[in-house]
Write a protein that binds this ligand. Structure first.
Ligand SMILES: NC(=O)c1ccc[n+]([C@@H]2O[C@H](COP(=O)([O-])OP(=O)(O)OC[C@H]3O[C@@H](n4cnc5c(N)ncnc54)[C@H](OP(=O)(O)O)[C@@H]3O)[C@@H](O)[C@H]2O)c1
Length: 345
């Protein structure tokens, strides 16, 4: 049995842009297993943009709380294998997911509820899919894509849909789910290689690189008659462009606002919000962790589609626990395609 485990900790709260030097790697003694606990050797940990909000001294009101400095980063989705168990329902060799990521080994109590249930210790059915996909399309990303499209945006037949950050984890799932239902889907992303991926691999109807001009103009070029649904992963100028392009009774699923996460100052809202009144638009936020009830449906739909090759899944994997800070920074810069993961074992 291992005696010690290395873990990533936050060394200081970043001011503005996040740098690898904001993190440190520490080695700690693994505490003796108590009755009811299991020891997991972690394999893959999810790298999510919204971690940035928890790297702040004060997290946004209503969100998960900030990470403590010089402490393990609790509440981060990970998958691994049980190596010792004193819990009735778990055995050595079980492949599980839980929420004590960014460390080599985790002591987990199955009765602790994390991330609305998504991060609670759970045995994974690896006959359906490799464990790491439960961190992406079969986990938080898939549930968020589903909740955004079908709950927040109430996707309807014939809707023209724009998905931002469409080459990323949530965006690539949302755009493919909409495409599979016969919608016209527009994607946007930050490089020409990603645009080629959206058009050639995901078969989206149109795509644009938001670095190549004002977003409102780029959107108008590919959707001259407007859009009905905007799946917002970015906020800022993207959200403002969507509000301008939405047709009457259009809907926005407010999934995230990555363009604002590393800003040192509060970002002003869209300047054209009155269009929401004049066109009876709905802008609705949602959190995947509040839609854990969708998990089985998501797995039932997406797992067979991935297995049959109808649904494309990409990932960007960083090797080794010590690559975690680099993984976070690279993902925020857009150097990832699909789901970003850290491989620790
Ligand atoms: N509501 C929820 O429950 C929930 C759950 C999961 C994720 N989210 C949100 O969903 C969004 C996507 O998350 P993800 O996990 O799928 O990440 P991701 O899209 O795989 O990775 C983040 C991407 O954001 C893009 N980006 C970074 N800075 C940007 C900027 N200033 N403007 C435009 N794009 C920028 C980059 O791609 P480019 O190359 O395209 O710039 C980067 O690859 C995030 O806002 C996240 O917080 C919400």
């Amino acid at each position: 049995m291992p005696q010690t485990s290395r873990q990533i900790e936050l060394a200081s709260y970043p001011v503005g842009e996040i740098h690898p030097t904001d993190f440190e790697v520490n080695e700690v003694i693994i505490p003796e297993l108590q009755v009811g606990e299991v020891l997991v050797r972690n394999a893959f940990t999810s790298v999510d943009p919204a971690l940035c909000l928890r790297f702040r001294a004060t997290a946004p009101k209503g969100y998960f709380r900030s990470f403590d400095l010089h402490a393990p980063l609790d509440g981060v989705a990970t998958v691994g294998e049980v190596v010792a168990s004193r819990a009735e329902d778990f055995r050595e060799g079980d492949v599980v997911s839980h929420a004590y990521g960014f460390r080599e080994y985790s002591v987990v109590n199955p009765s602790t509820i994390w991330l609305g249930g998504l991060g609670t210790l759970r045995r994974l059915d690896v006959s359906v899919s490799p464990a790491k996909l439960y961190l992406g399309p079969l986990g938080g990303s898939g549930i968020s894509a589903y909740a955004g499209l079908f709950k927040a945006a109430e996707l309807r037949e014939g809707d023209v849909v724009w998905v931002s950050s469409a080459a990323g984890s949530v965006g690539s799932i949302a755009s493919q789910l909409a495409k599979l239902r016969g919608h016209v889907v527009i994607g946007s992303a930050g490089s020409e290689a990603k645009i080629a991926y959206l058009l050639d691999e995901l078969n989206l109807d149109a795509a644009f690189n938001y670095h190549s001009g004002p977003v409102a103009e780029l959107l108008a070029d590919v959707a001259p008659d407007g859009i009905d649904v905007y799946f917002d992963n970015v906020g800022g100028d993207h959200l403002e462009a969507a509000i301008a392009a939405l047709r009457p009774w259009g809907r926005v699923a407010l999934c995230g606002a990555i363009s604002e996460y590393q800003s040192e100052v509060a970002v002003a809202g869209p300047s054209n919000l009155f269009l929401a009144t004049s066109n009876e638009l709905s802008l609705r936020g949602f959190r995947g962790s509040n839609h854990f009830d969708l998990r089985d449906e998501v797995i039932r739909e997406i797992a067979p589609l991935i297995a049959s090759g109808q649904f494309h899944y990409r990932e960007t994997v960083f090797e080794g626990l010590e690559a975690t800070p680099q993984a976070i920074v690279h993902m925020l810069r857009g150097d990832n395609l699909g789901k970003t993961l850290v491989h620790t074992a």
